[in-house]
Design a protein around this ligand. Structure first.
Ligand SMILES: [Zn+2]
Ligand SMILES: [Zn+2]
Length: 338
């Protein structure tokens, strides 16, 4: 088959690779109706995260099970399934505490920007639902694999509750779906920090009540103004830079919660400042598997429609254009159809 391989900064190729097959008895192979480019794929694409030679790309997936290994019990060929970017056995202590993305048998997925994909730890990773969803449902379902699951974790980890005042830092797909997640959890006020008009519009559609365009200290000052000088109950950091992390911590009220789900790039925290900020910090790679069954049901029941986050749809063989468009911020998120 042909699949996506990153060779170096700006160099994405769609080229012949080996077909995935069952390697371990706990594996499954799935056929992918749609996959996508992630904001985190842009770090190595921009050369900001080194790669060791040609790297197969893609970690967000859903699909139809083609084949399973001899030890797989919970999914079978023909079923529609979704899994997280981190595989899990769903039985070890970390999994049982709900932190499947720290599973002792975790593997980070890659190779999903392809028509077929091998999924290790299939029993603990894949969640099946009866029937095969209609094609127009697939993009919304695909978001549960990472961006919705991660946005949901951001809201949950920042203790968003009915009545909360929430700030979301970052207007990428994760940030936008964090807005939607906070709204689903009953937040009263949701302030999206964004300076891009199409993204501000989508943030409002997803439940943002206010938009702040300022950044850094000015952004923090705006949030303080809007909250009577107190700061927000919950701030969801969905970027991963020093500026966004400091913006999140400083915009939070003493006793409030900061979640951080953007992979940090050269972020350092100063102890004294953290000490006197009085905030709770909780983040990391989202344990998407914890939320998958619920999120899949919410999408399938039509309660939430998030397909709009994909504002560019391309055939898979034009994946390089998807990376380019996201890199240049011409697209929020590119959907790829094999
Ligand atoms: Zn992703
Ligand atoms: Zn585990």
């Amino acid at each position: 088959m042909q699949a996506t391989v990153l060779y170096g900064p700006g160099d994405v190729r769609f080229e012949e690779v080996n077909d995935p097959k069952i390697v371990e008895p706990t594996d499954a192979v799935i056929r992918i109706p749609a996959t996508c480019v992630c904001g985190s794929d842009l770090w190595p694409y921009r050369g900001l995260q080194p790669i060791k030679g040609p790297t197969p790309m893609g970690h967000e997936y859903c699909g139809i099970v083609e084949e399973v290994g001899s030890a797989v019990r919970s999914v079978k060929p023909g079923q529609f399934v979704i899994g997280s970017f981190a595989t899990s056995d769903n039985t070890c202590p970390h999994c049982l505490y709900g932190y499947q993305s720290s599973c002792v048998s975790r593997e980070f997925m890659t190779r999903a920007q392809a028509p077929f994909l091998r999924v290790p730890n299939a029993d603990g990773t894949l969640v099946a639902r009866p029937g095969v969803p209609s094609d127009d449902m697939v993009p919304s379902l695909l978001t549960t694999s990472d961006v919705l699951g991660t946005g949901w974790f951001a809201a949950d980890a920042a203790n968003v509750k009915p009545g909360s005042t929430v700030v979301v830092v970052g207007d990428g797909a994760v940030g936008l779906l964090a807005v939607l997640s906070a709204s689903q959890m009953g937040a009263e006020r949701i302030i999206a920090m964004s300076r891009h008009e199409p993204r501000q519009k989508l943030a409002r559609e997803f439940g943002a009540t206010d938009v702040v365009t300022e950044r850094g200290d000015e952004g923090v000052a705006r949030i303080k103004d809007m909250t009577k000088g107190i700061g927000a109950d919950s701030v969801l950091e969905c970027v991963g830079t020093q500026e966004s992390m400091m913006q999140a911590i400083q915009a939070t009220r003493p006793g409030g919660f900061v979640s951080y789900v953007g992979v940090p790039h050269e972020v350092t925290l100063e102890g004294t400042q953290l000490f006197f900020s009085h905030v709770h910090l909780h983040g990391g790679p989202a344990p998407v598997r914890r939320y998958l069954p619920d999120l899949m049901d919410r999408v399938l029941s039509g309660k939430i429609n998030l397909g709009k986050v994909f504002d560019l749809v391309l055939p898979l063989n034009r994946v390089a254009e998807g990376y380019r468009a996201m890199d240049e911020r011409r697209a929020i998120k590119a959907l790829l159809r094999p």
